[in-house]
Design a binder for this molecule. Structure first.
Ligand code: ADP
Length: 954
């Protein structure tokens, strides 16, 4: 300081000193600068009045204190060094320090220092002047702060990741605050209550590890305040934390909360390696930066997340099956994902975006759902650009290939803040496959419906042809097995002229060649796909000519589906394509197989129906046959029961059907055991077994045979009861008749022999007695022979009847007269005739025969004698002849049967009375032939009454 030098020099000059001293005093009192004179060790010996004005300290009171006592501890060293400089005789300039005011504030001063020499030239005093530079310092600090804030802000704007942001922020803050180290810690992203180091400067891993869990606040602390530690020794940290801090060489720490809104995000740490009083300004700056940092953290986090989600979105866009297209307001394509490119028929998004719009559109025919052309303006994207969100089905036909695709396109306009449409986003959902499947299902449904509409198999084949040609195939052929031979039963070609050709060709060259797809399909039961028919033409042909014909038909591809139903392959359907139809594709194959399956069922049904029809006719016929027929299924249930069966078993069909056969037929077990069932229907006669069956207590003889089939067993039988009875009767008759004949013959023979004897002399009476025997026994023989003759004549239809008007009374009298001649004495014959009786219409000979027979029986079956009476009555237009006896009687049950040929009551019942069993039979037949009736009444114990009723002659 030059002036001071000259002042001292002048001070030592002489008389002007007093004046000068007063002047100095005046100057010193008025200068704002602090002027201090110290001895060489720094003890104040003079302080100017400005100590009072600037620092509030009494200049006199501070004399004797050390200058350093007023200097900010942080600057002691600097100031001490400066004082040392001056002590060696050098001046110093512009050392900025802070001095403590009386009320404990700090003000910044810029010091200059100069030595004061004594007369010997030694440094006797140190002179210091200090100018208040607080404002300037503050200004520069402000600039520093602003600069720091600016840098942080800039960093925040620039930083693309949180890590980068924190690094910059720490750097900046350390510079702005003079901290030695720094760190940013945040709570874990997803919550949690541990703050973790995100960025740091000058901290060891060990330190970070051991202090990470420590925080002066909990996550829910409201308005957390910075925590400032000037010296870790005084902070009262727990031992472990303190040890960690100390071993890291840290003395002072500042914990500044990072708060955004009400949320504590983390903290900002500043460290100093020496004791440090953190001043309010530093903390303010920290807090300001911390608050910026907090929002930047959130923002950056948000941005990172946005970036991440944008990446995700893009990934999604590129992987979704839906095409996504963004058009700008002028209709230009600005974005498209891979799927969109694929749907529209481009290799890649890039290729699509690079393409010209008009060219792209020209690749397709755009069609509406109904197949009508769709104007480009009506496409959903264009409509969206006009402000109308649109969703519609769009069909694209690729002009180059004819391939048709279906898409549901949903387009929405996107507006800017002013509501202007800036773009349209279209989502294209390719529904071609779904549509094809739907079409196919519809096609099949229609097909099934058509196929099931008829049960006539010719019509089924017609329906199949209608379904398949031309919608699905160019031609269809059906081959079926008939009696083991494959025969073409129907064909249809799109070109009707070729239908004929196809049929002819099939007839001439049936698909019997082993390599023929029809054979392959039938052999394996697997559908066959022939992508190129012409390539295989030679292989499937019988000969060259056949191969030529196949070529002439010009089929391109073919599918053969075997017809399989109920486990058997019964034919095959062949579908073929002919140009310009495209050849069959894989999907067509599945469709054909499906159609074939349905056709199998329909054809099988039709064939079955045909059989059932035929069978139904057979069943109808069964209604009329005399043979009993019934069907018993595998479960023993009666499934068929014809009227003859109903009659034989006396069970109506309605009662028998659906019931167990053993409930319908008594003793079924025994019957079915005896009837051996043939395993299969045979053309010849099956072995029939005649078995007795109990029908409501009556034994009937059935000749039964059985045939098994898949559905059960058919039994057929003939009721042989009557025949059997006749047979029985016939054999009985033979034995009876021989007996009946032998008895009179023996009597005649005996009488004749006796008459012939010469050695015996017979009395006249004896002779006439023997002759009587001969005549009566001959008469008896004649009668037997007569009966047989009558019966045989009746049977052979040779009996002539001549009905005339007869006098019944006269006729009865004659018969009685003849009877009386040889009737036993113990039988009383009586006639009861009215005086007047209308004439009866009858053949008199036959009527006489009838009455004779009845009266003979009445006498014959009255072995104990009694009265036999014949009564004549007129009843309406009938004449009744009633023959009553008091004889053996006839049991009720046998009354119907006694009129049957050869029928005789049990010998026990007739007490051995002989007979042929023909008499009543002859009566019945004759009476019927004379248009009359005959019946019997008897209580079965005593007496019988036979009545014959004949018309009155007109
Ligand atoms: P037959 O030669 O055995 O008399 P018919 O046909 O005349 O043959 O009679 C059949 C059977 O009817 C006889 O065998 C007898 O058992 C029974 N019959 C017929 N008439 C009488 C009667 N009046 N009283 C009892 N039984 C009779």
């Amino acid at each position: 300081m030059g002036e001071t030098d000259s002042f001292v020099a002048q001070g030592t000059a002489g008389d002007d000193f007093v004046y000068l001293a007063a002047f100095q005093q005046l100057v010193l009192e008025r200068v704002h600068d602090l002027v201090t004179v110290m001895d060489p060790v720094g003890t104040i010996v003079y302080a100017s009045p400005s100590w009072n004005t600037l620092l509030g300290l009494d200049p006199d009171a501070i004399v004797g204190t050390h200058f350093l006592d007023f200097v900010h501890p942080a600057e002691h060293e600097t100031v001490a060094a400066a004082l040392g400089e001056v002590r060696t005789g050098r001046s110093i300039e512009a050392v900025t320090t802070r001095l403590r005011t009386n009320d404990g504030r700090w003000i910044s001063v810029e010091n200059t220092g100069a030595p004061l020499h004594d007369a010997q030239g030694e440094v006797a005093y140190l002179l210091g002047t200090a100018r208040d530079v607080t404002e300037r310092e503050e200004l520069s600090e402000r600039v520093g702060e602003i600069d720091a804030l600016y840098r942080v802000a800039e960093t925040m704007a620039r930083a693309t990741s949180l890590g980068e942001l924190f690094d910059e922020a720490i750097e900046t803050l350390m510079q702005a605050t003079g901290a030695d180290r720094g760190a940013v810690l945040l709570y874990d992203d997803g919550g949690g209550d541990v703050m973790r180091f995100q960025a740091w400067r000058g901290l060891s891993e060990a330190y970070r590890m051991s202090t990470e869990g420590h925080s002066p606040w909990t996550p829910d602390t409201v308005e957390p305040e910075p925590v400032l530690v000037s010296d870790v020794a005084e902070a009262g940290f727990d031992g472990e934390l303190e040890a960690a801090v100390r071993s890291e060489g840290i003395v002072a720490l500042a914990f500044v909360p990072l708060v955004h809104g009400d949320r504590l995000l983390g903290k900002f740490m500043l460290y100093r390696d020496e004791r440090h009083e953190w001043d309010a300004r530093t903390i303010r700056l920290c807090r300001t930066i911390a608050s910026h940092l907090a929002s930047a953290t959130l923002r950056t986090r948000g941005r990172t997340e946005l970036q991440k989600s944008r990446e995700q979105l893009e990934t999604i866009m590129q992987t979704v099956d839906e095409g996504i297209v963004v058009q700008s307001s002028d209709g230009r394509l600005v974005y498209a994902n891979e799927a969109a490119a694929r749907v529209i028929g481009f290799e890649s998004t890039a290729e699509l975006l690079a393409s010209n719009r008009e060219e792209t559109l020209a690749r397709f025919d755009m069609l509406g759902e109904d197949g009508s052309p769709l104007l480009a303006e009506e496409l959903p994207g264009r409509r969206a650009l006009r402000g109308r969100p649109t969703e519609r089905l769009v069909r694209y036909r690729v002009r180059a290939t004819g391939d048709e695709r279906w898409s549901i396109v949903r387009a929405n306009p996107v507006r800017d803040a002013e509501g202007q449409i800036v773009m349209a986003v279209s989502v294209i959902h390719d529904v071609t496959a779904a549509r094809a499947a739907e079409e196919r299902v519809r096609f099949l449904a229609q097909g099934s419906e058509l196929l099931n509409e008829t049960l006539i198999y010719e019509n089924t084949i017609g329906a199949l042809a209608d379904i398949a040609v031309p919608v699905f195939a160019g031609h269809v052929t059906v081959d079926l097995y008939e009696d083991g031979n494959l025969r073409c039963v129907g064909a249809r070609h799109v070109d009707p002229r070729k239908t004929e050709l196809m049929l002819r060709l099939r007839e001439q060259y049936p698909p019997t060649v082993e390599a023929h797809p029809v054979q392959r399909a039938i052999r394996t039961g697997e559908p066959q796909f022939i992508p190129d028919v012409q390539a295989e033409a030679r292989k499937m042909a019988h000969n060259d000519e056949h191969a030529r014909a196949i070529r002439e038909l010009g089929n391109t591809s073919g599918i053969v589906v075997p017809l399989i139903a109920r486990g058997r392959t019964f034919g095959a359907i062949t579908f073929g394509t002919v140009p310009p139809q495209p050849p069959f594709a894989e999907s067509d194959f599945h469709l054909a197989v499906e159609l074939g399956r349905r056709a199998s069922v329909a054809l099988d049904n039709a064939l079955l129906y045909g059989e059932v029809e035929a069978r139904a006719h057979a069943v109808e016929a069964l209604e009329f046959v005399d043979d009993g027929v019934f069907l018993v299924d595998a479960d023993g249930i009666v499934r068929l029961w014809n009227p003859a069966a109903a009659k034989a078993f006396r069970v109506k069909a309605v009662k028998a059907l659906g019931r167990r056969v053993d409930e319908v037929i008594k003793d079924w077990e025994r019957v079915s055991e005896r009837v051996t069932s043939a395993p299969e229907p045979t053309a010849g006669a099956h072995p029939a077994e005649t078995v007795p069956v109990d029908v409501q207590g009556e034994e009937r003889w059935l000749s039964m045979s059985a045939v098994q089939f898949a559905g059960g067993t058919v039994y057929a039988f003939r009721d042989l009861t009557d025949e059997r009875a006749v047979e029985q009767l016939k054999s009985d008759f033979v034995s009876t008749i021989s007996h009946e004949l032998r008895t009179p013959l023996a009597a005649i023979y005996g009488a004749a022999l006796t008459l012939q004897r010469n050695d015996v002399r017979l009395e006249e009476s004896q002779r006439s007695g023997l002759l009587d025997v001969i005549s009566s026994e001959a008469d008896r023989l004649a009668r037997i022979v007569n009966d047989i003759l009558w019966a045989s004549r009746l049977d052979s239809g040779q009996m002539g009847i001549a009905i005339v008007s007869c006098n019944a009374i006269e006729l009865v009298d004659k018969v009685i007269g003849a009877l009386r001649a040889h009737s036993p004495v113990d039988v009383e014959l009586a006639v009861d005739s009215p005086d007047e009786l209308p004439p009866v219409a009858a053949d008199p000979d036959k009527l006489r025969q009838v009455l004779t027979n009845l009266l003979d029986n009445a006498v014959k079956y009255s072995p104990d004698g009694g009265r036999v009476r014949i009564a004549l009555r007129h009843s309406g237009n009938r004449i009744r002849f009633r023959i009553e006896d008091e004889g053996l009687g006839i049991p009720q049950a046998e009354q119907a049967r006694i009129f049957e040929k050869f029928f005789r009551l049990d010998p026990n019942l007739t007490r051995g009375v002989g007979g042929t069993g023909l008499g009543l039979y002859i009566c019945r037949e004759l009476v019927y032939r004379m248009h009359g009736r005959i019946w019997v009444a008897s209580d079965g114990r005593r007496g019988s009454t036979f009545t014959v009723e004949l018309p009155v002659a007109s």
